[in-house]
Design a protein around this ligand. Sequence first.
Ligand code: KG4
Ligand code: ZN
Length: 334
Amino acid sequence: MLTLAIETSCDETSCAVIKDGREVLSNIISSQIDIHRKFGGVVPEIASRKHIEAINNIIQEALDKADITFNDLDLIGVTQGPGLVGALLVGISAAKALAYGLDIPLIGVNHIEGHICANYIEHKDLKPPFTCLVVSGGHTYLLNVKGYTEYELVGRTRDDAAGEAFDKVARSIGLPYPGGPFIDKLSKEGDKDSIPFPRVYLDDNSYDFSFSGLKTAVLNYINQTQQKGEEIVVENVAASFQQAVLDVLVDKSFRLAKEAGSDKIVIAGGVAANQGLREMLEDRGKKENINIYYPSRILCTDNAAMIGSAAYYHYINDEKSDLSLNVEPNLGLN
Ligand code: KG4
Ligand code: ZN
């Protein structure tokens, strides 16, 4: 079963061909990041225009790389939301045109679910149920994944997403956008115990997150240090901030896994590329007999292969979208 998938929710125009939901025949990702970096973040109108310019070529490239033609395709999958409305519209319009023209089924995919499914591509034996932490630029979710299309949402951020906090703190210490990978790298050279930034656990039983207080604490630290005329050691700021985020993410993930009786923690989304997060989960996983899963870096950040995997599992679950499919910029998980 060959699925052609399209992802245009933010600033990557991506198209992939996936076999049977797990095997990547091609995964073309065209990033606009160099354009948006000049503005310190993604500019929605520019993103939409760039998607329009790129989409047809990216689709053709995905077919060529997979060494197939349109007529070999069985299914079209496309990101329906959440994301930028104009950007999503470009992908959904292309997907509808293909499904109609080729007379094959169409599936609208939740982008967050796509991030989770990146793990099915990476780990061929991974099956639900498992505990899952989704940490991306726009979302932070803690879930019990009960089946391939069945999710129980247990916790979410009450303010900033984890990736958003990384990006804002990175900006405050003069790093380029998106700052997550730069903080990750700098952290390795800093002392994570040098600055006591707050860990926000909310109340004892909560699986929710809050990162805006931590972000403010970092900004206050920078201002106060500058006012005192002291030098800011960016490596120490990066390492101490990152550790404050990771302590909470890791702690809540393990608490949920234990409560759910799960021996698997799966992480997904851009921040799942973070080396510190992976190592911390693995160290604790070894002590507590919990296996840790994450996708390779290229499958952590936005790509169409993960959308193809999610589309496949919805299709075999007898679901189908029709040509009235519309974008849902604020789509949640359930
Ligand atoms: O999943 P993603 O590509 O886009 C969304 O769906 O939001 O995630 C992008 C986010 C950005 O905030 C970026 O800074 C963060 O993932 N990120 C990282 C790392 N690589 C990407 N954050 C921390 N460490 C990393 N290595
Ligand atoms: Zn994403």
